[in-house]
Design a protein around this ligand. Structure first.
Ligand code: SF4
Ligand code: SF4
Length: 404
């Protein structure tokens, strides 16, 4: 199953409508963060390092619906924290679906099988499963053994019940392109609808700062990952965004395209940076100095960012807002999303640099290192998610929500 035609039509007609109205800045995907607590503590995560009193809080369903209606984006992504730790997540999802929002609920899947009965399959609802590689790579990335197997089991269960399921992969500088390609094959074999993949952002708060990719490393790595990609791989990415992360298409960030709403309000300027909050979406649009953001701005915080939340809306806007973008998208789609196009120059005009491909052996070594006491990795706080979830390797991990 691919993305439903109705969803493609909704998004295309929404973007064209915004263009016809002359709106330069409009939201495409609301990034709704109802809570920050999580039952994992991944080394590259910049979302869970809040004081306990913040981690205990969450948005009410009404606050979530108000945010969705206020910004009007046709799609709503619910990242985290872990959304399934929210006691009313089923109510939030049902309310957004009733408002005809295309909802992508991002989850590490630890609790998905247990909670599946609370949700109803719908063309408006997709479970986006966090998977950062095949078994060894994923368990390393999330700093916990056994999570990959739980996620695969949850994917199978959700697909069997008729849910839309996609995967969501963040790539760091220790990524092994061959392992990524192996995961793509496995996921397509399981029957997921599509895969989303994006380079990680160097969050200041992330415990492992040496994991993040710089711009030219990103483009080189993605060219390796997508090299001679078979057509059976389906990505939940615009063809122009795929070309962008390969360094073959120029995009500028449009952070207002994925506005973020969370416990503090409308986050300025984007999902990744926290430079203040606005009380309303309109205030966010009107009072943010957007010229200070994006790679062309020279802001060092944006220099290495190629995240989908900043650049995917730009790709969609170019696809439906310019003849050049539309024709390029058509060409790349016909050629298999441009995955076979010749190597070009990067945005900076330099030839792509090569990136080293790590082997399996040092990866396993780093896994041990990351879990040593005193490492930068933050352990999961049992007081927030329950002692069972916080303990490593416990097979009864699904009890976690009982204490959430
Ligand atoms: S699953 Fe990992 S990356 Fe996602 S919110 Fe939890 S700790 Fe962060
Ligand atoms: S380039 Fe990245 S960090 Fe900068 S505003 Fe855009 S999404 Fe945010």
């Amino acid at each position: 199953m691919g993305v439903p035609i109705s969803q493609m039509w909704t998004v295309a007609s929404y973007v064209i409508g915004q263009k016809l109205k002359g709106n330069k800045r409009y939201p495409l995907v609301l990034m709704l963060e109802p809570l920050f607590r999580c039952n994992l503590a991944c080394a590259g995560c910049g979302k869970i390092q809040y004081p306990t009193d913040i981690l205990r809080k969450h948005l009410t369903p009404e606050q979530c619906f108000q945010a969705a209606e206020e910004c009007g984006a046709p799609m709503v992504a619910i990242p985290g924290g872990e959304p399934l730790l929210h006691p009313q997540m089923d109510e939030i999802v049902a309310g957004l679906v009733a408002r005809k929002k295309y909802v992508y609920m991002c989850t590490n899947a630890i609790l998905l099988e247990k909670h599946l009965h609370k949700f109803t399959p719908s063309k408006y609802l997709t479970f986006s499963i966090h998977l950062d590689g095949p078994k060894e790579e994923h368990d390393f990335a999330v700093c916990r053994d056994g999570v990959y197997d739980i996620a695969v089991s949850a994917i199978k269960a959700a697909l069997a019940k008729g849910f839309r399921v996609t995967t969501n992969t963040t790539v760091y500088n220790n990524a092994n392109p061959e392992a990524m390609r192996e995961m793509f094959d496995t996921m397509m074999g399981l029957g997921v609808e599509g895969m989303m993949i994006s380079p990680g952002y160097p969050y200041e708060k992330a415990p492992s700062q040496d994991l993040f990719l710089h711009h030219d490393q990103t483009t080189s790595l993605f060219r390796n990952i997508f090299k001679d990609a078979p057509r059976r791989w389906k990505f939940n990415l615009s063809p122009l965004f795929v070309e962008f992360i390969k360094g073959r298409w120029d995009l500028e960030c449009t952070p207002w395209g994925s506005p973020t709403y969370n416990l503090f309000g409308w986050q300025r300027p984007c999902y990744l940076l926290q430079e203040g909050y606005a009380e309303t979406f309109q205030e966010l649009l009107d009072t943010t100095d957007w010229s200070q953001y994006g790679r062309a701005s020279g802001n060092p915080k944006c220099a290495d960012c190629m995240m989908h939340c900043g650049y995917e809306p730009s790709a969609v806007s170019q696809t439906f807002g310019s003849l050049k973008g539309f024709l390029a998208t058509a060409k790349y789609t016909l050629l298999g999303s441009g995955l076979t196009s010749p190597v070009g120059k990067t945005r900076t005009g330099k030839q792509p640099v090569s990136v080293s491909v790590t082997s399996q052996e040092p990866l396993a070594g780093q896994l041990v290192q990351l879990t040593l006491p005193g490492s930068p990795h933050q352990p999961v706080d049992p007081a927030l998610v329950g002692p069972v979830a916080a303990s490593n390797g416990d097979s009864s991990i699904n009890n976690v929500d009982e204490l959430a």
